[in-house]
Design a protein around this ligand. Sequence first.
Ligand code: ATP
Length: 234
Amino acid sequence: MLEVKNLRGGYGPVEVLRGVSFDIRPGEIAALLGSNGAGKTTASALLSGLIRPWGGEILFKGEKLTGLPSEKIVERGLIHVPEGRHIFPNLSVRENLELGAYRRGKANRARNMEKITGIFPRLKERFAQKAGTLSGGEQQMLAIGRGMMAEPELLILDEPSIGLSPLLVEEMFTLISRLNADGLPILLVEQNVLQSMEIAGRAFVMENGEITLSGPAAELMDNPELKRSYLGLS
Ligand code: ATP
């Protein structure tokens, strides 16, 4: 579905991603994990065309995405929900969701809206509320809901659990697995290693701009190195 080969990129003279390769298979949740500064956000920005790759290749459904502008990437169905929510605070919840659909025809809008508010009932309850007055967790749900309105074929979620209370983190991960329940492939970019691996099929762990560990999440959870470095277990 998505194949990333030897992807490189950075900012100014600084190379952040130093040849990263991984793939996402149809229907799976794949987790891209790592601690602060590992390069996860840079990787997702490269995939969605927010920054231009220095080298390597990105293939989506067999077609080359490398170097395409972000609007072309969105048109192909790769939707990125960036870190930090980026909702429109003065618009209502409904208006924010509708904006997510602006590249798609009106035909499916009502159906998509219904599906999304079925998964995130809290958004429905707050339809008329200004987005800026939602709680942090609700804003995160709205950002994801808006991404869903664009009818993704692959959804990239950048740190969806950041800044949420432990209880809400739990809820967020449950909601993400529900988004995937009908087969939507998701790339979950996260620092929250343990909870991500609980819902992911496979995981890729990044350190210093490289992938240092990868494999089925269930196997990685038993990896002694990973336990030591990320789970605080010895
Ligand atoms: P976090 O979980 O803290 O967001 P991350 O794994 O997503 O970390 P990145 O945000 O990709 O890591 O950052 C990787 C490196 O790139 C860091 O050293 C960071 O300082 C640097 N970096 C990120 N954005 C920029 C930028 N716009 N300009 C210059 N350097 C940047």
